[in-house]
Design a protein around this ligand. Sequence first.
Ligand code: NDP
Length: 420
Amino acid sequence: MADKIKTPRTSELEFGGPLGALLLLFVMPGTVLYLLVTCNTDDASVLRVPGPFPSLDTLWDPSAVILLLAWVSLQAVLHILPIGKVTEGITLRDNTRLKYRINALQAMMVTALLVGGAVMFGFPFSYVYDHFLQLAVAAAFIALVLSIFLYAKSLAAPESALAPGGNSGNPLYDFFIGHELNPRIGSFDLKYFCELRPGLIGWCLINLCFMMKEVELRGSPSLSMMLVFGFQALYVADAMKNEEAILTTMDIVHDGFGFMLAFGDLCWVPFTYSLQGYFLVRHPQELGTYTALGIILLNAVGYIIFRGSNSQKNAFRRNPSDPKVAGLATIPTATGKRLLVSGWWGLVRHPNYLGDLIMALAWSLPCGLSNILPYFYIIYFTVLLVHREARDEHQCMKKYGLAWQEYCRRVPYRIFPYIY
Ligand code: NDP
């Protein structure tokens, strides 16, 4: 039966089609390498020619590969433990719904306990800072091998299991975007696992390692490092707590699992999102108490907007009569679903992106204003969210037509009130 249901060919190619995909295959790992090499120089200046780049021999370290595989295995074991509820994803093309174990927060807490124990036993956490480039290269290598495996596996998958976004028929493009929607080994969902756990929890652990390196170098962690660590740990814990919400995101529903997400989850997120901490170890910054309080306030404002808007929409989508959202103004659509037009979703059309970007700024400010490198995250993230917003608008216009036009008329700004 499933074999008879076909996923339509992807006609609208993104990222410039196969050529763009080919370019990104090199640009993504190249950017990680460039950022880390530049960050590790005395002036961390992005203006001069990068380098000198370490030789291939020094970049390739089998122990880094082994360490990362051990890390991913630990997270995989924590994921399959029969702890936490099992929930169902959205209805698929063949009318089935996949089951997912929800226990990312528990996995993060167990990891924190294990790491706490390792700190007490004097585990050499500064290894991560000292071998950061080698670890990033190892992560890129693992992502590449995984993507090749995923593409090979997708060739044997039933037509109904292919991703609506990654079924163009062009092998390079489909390899990049991801050909199969929900590749699984038995009941182990590879995309769902990689989206949250090894990379995001790994990002937190990396920040902790940077803090330990500061302690080794200067006797105690700096206020700047503590802020960066605290803000980003809160963000990751929030993502783990709201794990179920990713089941309705574009990544899970639309994109397949290919190089783009595998590299993004396993290399890009942990090794570029932690750039502020990496920067602070070599370029310490003095932070006054009032400046620190101002930055904490900024992060809190961002978090309130981010969490408030995401929770409001999730509550509304789950149950529009929920007393928390029942009083909000809405627009009916031809699909039967309604669109929120007041509350956070009446402020701008993507208030959750606004909150996320305010937090991104608060994560970079502890690194001072003299260098642009630690601001890489907010610059990249602005580009990503503006592009993502355009993708989402396009999908919503197709889904809701006139109702979406009415929403755009009543809420004219996309992300930044009165600006954009
Ligand atoms: P959103 O959570 O913004 O979801 C968009 C969907 O919400 C639309 O397709 C539509 O779907 C629904 N929607 C839009 N407007 C309304 C409305 N007015 N009323 C009701 N429903 C509406 O998408 P994302 O997955 O992009 O973002 C989720 C969060 O993840 C954000 O906070 C984002 O910042 C964050 N994020 C973080 C990243 C990172 O690297 N740190 C990367 C990407 C995202 P429908 O109508 O079908 O329900």
